[in-house]
Ligand binder design. Structure first.
Ligand SMILES: [Zn+2]
Length: 310
């Protein structure tokens, strides 16, 4: 059995909206397929469609309740993780670990106390923005503004670090990224972003950004969305390997992780149509770079972040 740790998926929102189940559904990830891995760790993001921004907190609460309902229903197979010791307990019991995250600081509705509330509700990581501008910072789609973190955004980052939440810079503008590197003391992550040197998409990271994450001890999670893997072609496994090759040469094997973006993406690489087919990628990475490196990328590095930050 293979180990597996994935820093980003949108499964919870997707199955909520489709009235489906976490145990078995027609999306990219479900418990039935996760069970084939050795005590996997899955980050489950709550993402808000912009139509919900006027009722961000309200909608986030619905998704959080749904997440726990699904966890409870399947408690034989999966356990929610609030701490590293919860994760170790699940590993011991050969269970899947679920780590709850928020994608986009809109969920706070501008209230600093809300980050504490979400922490109490078991949220352990948050991307500061989605693509647009919010109360915390400018997202990647606002790049032209050259805007970074607001005062409120800085407060949120500080509170997150104090609480033991993982700061996630995926979707953040470049100025915002550099603001985060300046003010964080702990490792932070880009949960689902690739190398811009290989695929020049604004959601991907420049080499200097990859290096800054590594210097802080964080990780960059490989995103499987074809337009972030390769330009002007149907992305395949070889393209993912090119990103890994590049990241290995720039930051080494300790700072690369997986951030599939499964169930948040409407197309997938040719050979990897769902979580089960990741096995093919793991095999190739193992052949190419050895089992020690493969294990770090697909599990150990993200587990280290959970240990260090939570
Ligand atoms: Zn995303």
């Amino acid at each position: 059995m293979r180990s597996y740790a994935d820093g980003h998926c949108d499964t919870i929102v997707k199955i909520y909206e489709r009235n489906q189940e976490l145990f078995c559904n027609d999306g990219h990830i479900d418990i039935q397929r996760l069970k084939d891995f050795d005590a996997p760790l899955q980050f489950f993001a709550i993402w808000l469609d912009p139509k919900y921004y006027p009722i961000s907190m309200h909608q986030t609460m619905k998704y959080i309740e749904f997440y726990y309902h699904q966890i409870q229903k399947n408690s034989e197979f999966i356990g929610h993780v609030n701490s590293y010791s919860d994760l170790l307990e699940n590993i011991k019991n050969k269970k899947i670990s679920g780590l709850l995250t928020i994608e986009g600081g809109e969920a706070l509705e501008g209230e600093i106390s809300a980050i504490h509330t979400y922490y109490r509700l078991g949220v352990r990581s948050m991307t500061l923005t989605w693509n647009h501008r919010n109360q915390l910072a400018d997202g990647v789609a606002e790049e032209d503004s050259r805007g970074g973190l607001t005062i409120f955004g800085r407060q949120v980052v500080e509170e997150m670090e104090k609480l033991g939440m993982i700061v996630d810079v995926s979707h953040l503008s470049e100025m915002g990224f550099w603001d985060v590197t300046e003010i964080t003391k702990k490792p932070f992550i880009a949960s689902h972003s690739n190398a811009r040197a290989i695929c020049d998409a604004p959601r991907n990271l420049r080499d200097e950004q990859l290096q800054a994450i590594a210097e802080k001890g964080g990780v960059v999670g490989l995103n499987l969305f074809p337009p972030f893997l390769a330009k002007n072609k149907q992305a395949d496994l070889a393209d993912i390997l090119r990103h890994i090759y590049h990241m290995l040469s720039v930051i080494g094997e300790d700072y690369i992780a997986l951030g599939s973006d499964f169930d948040g993406i409407d197309s997938v690489p040719k050979e990897i149509r769902n979580v089960k087919e990741l096995e093919g990628l793991f095999d190739r990475v193992e052949e190419e770079f050895g089992s020690k490196t493969a294990e770090k990328i697909f599990s150990k590095n993200l587990l280290r972040i959970v240990n260090q930050v939570l």
